[in-house]
Every structure is written in structure tokens, then in C-alpha cells.
Design a protein around this ligand. Sequence first.
Ligand SMILES: Nc1ncnc2c1ncn2[C@@H]1O[C@H](COP(=O)(O)OP(=O)(O)OP(=O)(O)O)[C@@H](O)[C@H]1O
Ligand SMILES: [Mg+2]
Length: 164
Amino acid sequence: MRILETRLLLWPDEDACAEFARHLAACPDLLNASIELHGSLGAGKTSLVRHLLRALGVSGRIKSPSYAVLESYELAEHGGQGLVSHFDFYRFGDPREWEDAGFRDIFAAPGLKLSEWPEKAAGMLPPADLQICIEAQDDDSRRVELKAGTELGLRLLPRSELGA
Ligand SMILES: Nc1ncnc2c1ncn2[C@@H]1O[C@H](COP(=O)(O)OP(=O)(O)OP(=O)(O)O)[C@@H](O)[C@H]1O
Ligand SMILES: [Mg+2]
């Protein structure tokens, strides 16, 4: 992916993750963005998505899509325009599923796309607007690198580093 700009953030605890989620939720362009979430098992990818969905007004249960690959949400407040597709490609193995399950159509249409384990769908996923790379540190804090790949992605970056 071509990278236009990067930001480094440190999240001492999950509150900092929630604060970043609130920053993202307030970005007007978010609902058309494709965001990749990188990081090893337990890094906090699903946690960030949960905080983001809550910040966007989702009140029901938020499941991890690790088995279903996709969980989708319709944001009530956005007049039918707010579709959020949360993918976890960890168990994604059959490239035919990309077509058959309609994933190609989802990425070609408006809506927010959040992809965990995007490397497992490499070659199929279109280039992301933003990559979020989360790394757990020994003290349980998180080192987070944001990489904007498009103009839209640039508009999702917080103004300063080390804290949204
Ligand atoms: N910023 C943070 N600081 C400390 N702990 C965190 C932070 N973010 C998440 N956690 C905790 O770390 C765990 C992260 O689990 P989570 O399911 O979000 O990871 P994941 O990256 O989605 O893993 P997987 O690859 O299995 O899907 C949770 O228990 C969560 O409470
Ligand atoms: Mg997860």
C-alpha cells in the first residue's frame, strides 16, 4: 500500500483506545472508509471496533466475527446510509467466498468497512484508506501506528501524535 502519512499513538489503557474511537466516530468521512486492523492475537482489534461501534450509537450485542467472518450493522441515525461491515478474515480460506458471500460488492459500495486480519485476504481486499497497527507492550499498554493510504485516510488521522 502507498502510505501518505503516519501517526504514532500510545494507549496506556483501554480508555485511550475508546477515546481514539470517539475521535474516529466524529470524522465526517468515516462512513465511507475502509480500515484495516493489524496486530497479533489479543492486540485489541475487536476492542477498538467495539468502542467505535458504541461511539457510532450501536447499542446491541457486538460479536466478534471470528467465526462468521462478517458482522454488519445498520446505523439508525444515519438514514439508512450508515452500513458498517466488520470482517475478521482469520479463518478466511476460500477465495470463491469473496464473490459468493458478496464481499466484493461490500467493498465496492459506500459504508464503513473494518477488517481484522486483512493479510488473510491479501490479493482480494482493495487498498485501505487507513491501516491501524496495534502492538501490545509488556506493561499491557498499546503502541499504535496509523498509516493513511488515501486522501480520505488522511482526514481520519488525529492532529497530534501520542494521544488522539
Ligand atoms: N488499549 C488497551 N490497553 C489494555 N488492554 C486492552 C487494550 N485494548 C484491548 N485490551 C484488552 O486486550 C484484549 C484484546 O482482545 P481483542 O479481542 O480486542 O483482540 P483482537 O486483536 O481482536 O484479537 P484476535 O486476533 O483474536 O481477533 C481484551 O481483553 C481487551 O480488554
Ligand atoms: Mg478480534
